[in-house]
Design a protein around this ligand. Structure first.
Ligand SMILES: [Zn+2]
Length: 232
């Protein structure tokens, strides 16, 4: 994996999937198709809300949040005002829910945000919040099913619980055998180089705190059963 592939600056590591209708890292394709098939057999209509996302797309999300054009959410998914926070606190709040552009697992084509279409009431607007996956939430039964079945198709949830970095995202799944190769190649030097080559809002504080951010918001994931690099 080269710098551009790791940081979302190219998609030349991906192929178009006719069956899925988006670009994907090839080894993940058949497993994702089979996970969808199992879901359907079990009464769920598994849909992908978000798969591959490039650097530019993630940059728009990041800069919009810093500039107050897109809501920044607290731990309970309530909006907070960016102007009330010191720059570094704002960085940490954004990183709770949004990856640093260039350091998102969505750049690899191995990770997906998923939901069950059938579980949503008519005219419901999907938000992808922990509340939706909690007991009583519209996606609770889908989430329970997912946790019991995803390993059969080589997937795992990297953000299942709060490890002091990214907050729980039960809708985010990663293809274990594929994503482990990307994260193993993604050194702290790559993380820094990505920042040096970026034009992000709050770039100077990001560079200053790069090492701690790399550890807490990038490396800290649930153990990947197909990898050896996870920090628990
Ligand atoms: Zn995600």
């Amino acid at each position: 994996m080269n710098f551009d592939q790791l940081t979302g600056r190219t998609k030349d590591h991906l192929t178009w999937s006719d069956k899925l209708g988006f670009f994907i890292y090839p080894p993940a394709e058949i497993d994702l198709i089979n996970l969808k098939k199992r879901a359907w057999k079990n009464g769920f209509d598994l849909q992908i809300a978000s798969g591959f996302r490039n650097y530019e797309r993630q940059k728009v999300i990041w800069n919009d949040k810093v500039l107050g054009k897109r809501p920044v959410l607290d731990r309970d998914s309530n909006p907070i005002s960016p102007e009330k926070l010191k720059p570094y606190d704002l960085v940490l709040k954004i990183l709770n829910w949004s990856a640093l552009p260039g350091a998102s697992r969505h750049h690899w084509g191995t990770d997906f945000d998923i939901y069950c279409l059938k579980s949503l009431p008519r005219d419901y607007k999907l938000q992808l919040t922990p509340q939706e996956f909690a007991p009583g939430g519209v996606l609770f039964s889908f989430g329970s099913w997912l946790r019991e079945n995803l390993q059969d198709f080589n997937f795992f949830c990297p953000y299942l619980k709060d490890r002091g970095g990214v907050l729980p995202e039960p809708w985010h799944i990663g293809h274990g055998p594929s994503s482990t190769k990307f994260i193993a190649s993604y050194t702290s030097e790559i993380y820094l180089q990505n920042l040096l080559e970026s034009d992000l809002e709050l770039r100077s504080i990001l560079q200053e705190k790069a090492l701690i951010l790399y550890q807490n918001y990038f490396l800290k994931i649930s153990p990947n059963p197909w990898g050896t690099q996870s920090i628990s």
